[in-house]
Design a protein around this ligand. Sequence first.
Ligand SMILES: [Mn+2]
Length: 378
Amino acid sequence: MIRFLHSSDLHLGKPFGRFPEEVRGRLREARNGVIARLAATAREGGAGVILLAGDTFDAETPTPSLVRQTLNAIAQDTGLRWVMMPGNHDSLAASELWRVIAKDKPDNLTLVLESRPLELGEGAVLLPAPCTARNPGRDLTEAMGQATPEGSIRIGLGHGGIKDFSGGEKSISEDGSAAIIPPDRAERSGLAYLALGDWHGQIEVGKRTWFSGTPERDSFKHKMQASANLVTVQGSNALPDVKTVPTGVIQWLDLGLELMPDGDCVGQFHQGLPEVSLRRDVLTRLRAEGRIGLAEKTALVQAVAQVAPDFLWFDADLDRLRLTHDTSDLDSVDTAGALRMAAQSLAERSDDANLSAEDREVAENALSMLFTFASESP
Ligand SMILES: [Mn+2]
């Protein structure tokens, strides 16, 4: 029997350039803490080995201090064995990176830079397929067919997209590049478990084939919690037992709101938010759609402004929200005079089917602003 922790796509050093500097710092720091959290997860789960299925580093030239501090973190628990393999971001083309790691690495870290079987202990043999280049252009996992001693528990370690044979669905690769690994690689090569990296969300491709996903989320793309796979294999033919263990610190919340004119839009908004004590670790992207009244829109904008500072980062997109208005809305701008006439004219334009959608939207937004100013002035 062997028990190990399967992780991938740590992307240490990822710059997160589109975020403000203080947010970037928090995101980078959360990634840097991943090594210690994976070690703790392995220890608590009773696993002696941690397999990293590629993209440990985000780029081919991480800073020397990032490399050193990563190795130092790995060296902390000498009772845990780490196995690190190049992915597409940190492929074998990054020869200087791998030379430095090979020179400075602690004894409990094994690098797999060749597709040669490697003894893992407990009757298990690792069949790795390190990425030779950013886009190797061929199925490197073919090497997993190599012979191993009779009765071995064969564990594959690969990185790259899975080719889809069914025709209809699109193939699975994180960056949309060519997906080459066949989905039945584990069965073809007699693997008890195939540990894959590339896709940043956890996916069970088959009973024996898994993407672990990244242990610390890096985008809104994958909706699941970041985690690692705690895998137990009882024998060479046994199906693996896979447990999902959460490992992430920063949450990425993609909040879609579908609003209706008579609904409680502020209540709906609050309902989708995490509790206050958690918010400093949450990035939130709010996207509201549907139609609401002028007063509701104003209240929603205020509610968003009220909670946004609770969060590590908060982005609200209300552009697709359409507005409804009635006579009482116009009355609240003014009951007569120039402002009322302007409001009346904008209301008519926003309903005028002869105008383009763009022109109606401009009128609607102008009316919304007029309404907001009028309701804020004493
Ligand atoms: Mn990756």
